[in-house]
Write a protein that binds this ligand. Sequence first.
Ligand code: GDP
Ligand code: IMO
Ligand code: MG
Length: 422
Amino acid sequence: MINLVIGAQWGDEGKGKIVDLLGANADYAVRFHGGNNAGHTVVVAGKKYPFHLMPSAILNKGIVGVIANGVIIDPEVLIGEIKTVEAAGISLKNKLVISPRCHLIMPYHKALDEAYENARGENKLGTTRRGIGPTLADKVSYNGLRVYELMHWDIFVEKFTFQAEMKNKILKLFGVTPIKINGELKKLKQYREMLSPFVKDAYALLQQAADKKKNILFEGAHGVMLDTDFSPYPFATGSNVVAGAVNTGSGVSVKNVDKIWAVVKAYTSRVGGGPLPTELSGKMADDIREKGQEYGTTTGRPRRVGWLDLAAVKFTTKVIDANCLAITKLDILTGLPEIKVCVGYKLNGKLVDYSACGYDELAKLTPIYKTFTGWKEDIDGVKKFAKLPKNCQKYLKFISEFLKIPLRIISTGPDRKKYIKI
Ligand code: GDP
Ligand code: IMO
Ligand code: MG
């Protein structure tokens, strides 16, 4: 069985929670794209684990975590997470595999991300400033450094020095302090030693696992609305988020994937700039943000919030061809007298599709809402769909029918145990 979990909105849908749940039966948990711009939260027995690079299902017994070739790695962040997991009493010996093909986020990438954002001024995109765009740009312009080079120290020193000298010239143009090459090399040498026990051929491992029909869980990051190609670019992240990223990011064919899960938050959130047609403001937005604790897992930034945009989710779930639906954070809507859902858009009085609009048009859309009566009953700890309040059931059924995707998981709280399986 191969499960693929993808965020169907603008990220932070609660993928970590769903991945941890599905990980209970998995042999391998795989990150296959993105980097530590991702922040996936797992809550077990009241303790919060925010993962950025480590596969979020790693806390499950018997699972092997794989960081496959499509992931870009900030070594310092990954080492921090290795320490967190080991401090939780889980030995990662033979439980974590890092592909040598992964590209590395270097200090100059972070400095460049920062410099570009500052130079954009008012037009900044709101990146996580983790060096994502510059690292991926180096990857496709053949200037990247990979885990492979880090493991071959002499080659690494030569290539890092060359790249850092080039990047320092650019940083100087921005008036930014240059990278101290020798100091960075000293730190990187230590990181190399800490990471080397985990570096193995992830491609071969996953191919064999797929051939043997092992249970593999692919963990998507971000959300399809942030995909490089299918977002309202440039309000995007640097990697492809769609289902095909499994193939480029791990070598496993998408043909092998049995279930493609679309994770959908019961409302909308977004960090960073760009159009958000159903965005709320004022007290309603503040209340949802506080109740939902909508603050970035990676940057701590307050997230923008809005009503569920089903017109956008219809588009994203079609692109990924999702066949299972997981709805999260339903509990956050409890107590609202009315709940709105966007089912389409108008531009200058005419009906338009999400896919037909650029970011400038998206910013001008008028959402068409369907309004539901809310529910007051506490849904915390409910384990059966039939036990949910009737209005809550209506809301969920509408979403599933509108998207034409069967609803399989409903999450009703951050903790691992708070879910309904259908
Ligand atoms: P991800 O990036 O998609 O993994 O999502 P994040 O971890 O960045 O943000 C989701 C937040 O919502 C985290 O703090 C989760 O612990 C929390 N969460 C997940 N599912 C639920 C839920 O059903 N109810 C509530 N109240 N919180 C949830
Ligand atoms: P998870 O996996 C929410 C957003 C950033 C910014 C844009 C570009 O936790 O859902 P980048 O640093 O990637 O160059 O920033 O993309 N972004 C995310 N927003 N959740 C994420 O990941 C995100 N990953 C990137 O906020 O708007
Ligand atoms: Mg997140």
